[in-house]
Unconditional design. Structure first.
Length: 98
């Protein structure tokens, strides 16, 4: 597997929350070079999918959802947009709630 790293995401949260925004970095475990190439080509679209999904998940409930739930949602959303295969794992790093 190869690792594909996406730059940080900053997600604003609804008003009247304990935090103003979250920031996190996401990396993917990619099983082959073809899928890695496809993800690089579609990086803008994939970032949009991830951003929209994170924003929706974060603003759905008052608490910040468990990271495992976020990873599952990210995996589903990204895999639905890919044709050359599926990502194996999603890693969330540098998670900050500010």
């Amino acid at each position: 597997d190869q690792l594909l790293i996406f730059h940080s995401f900053v997600i604003p949260l609804k008003e009247n929350r304990e935090f103003t925004y979250i920031s996190l970095s996401i990396s993917f475990s990619v099983p082959n070079i073809e899928l890695k190439r496809e993800m690089i080509e579609k990086k803008g679209r994939l970032r949009g999918i991830i951003y929209d999904m994170l924003r929706e998940e974060m603003n759905k409930v008052k608490e910040i959802p468990p990271l495992e739930k976020l990873k599952e949602s990210i995996t589903r959303g990204v895999n639905a947009a890919l044709s050359a295969g599926k990502v194996n794992k999603v890693y969330i790093t540098n998670f900050l709630a500010v």
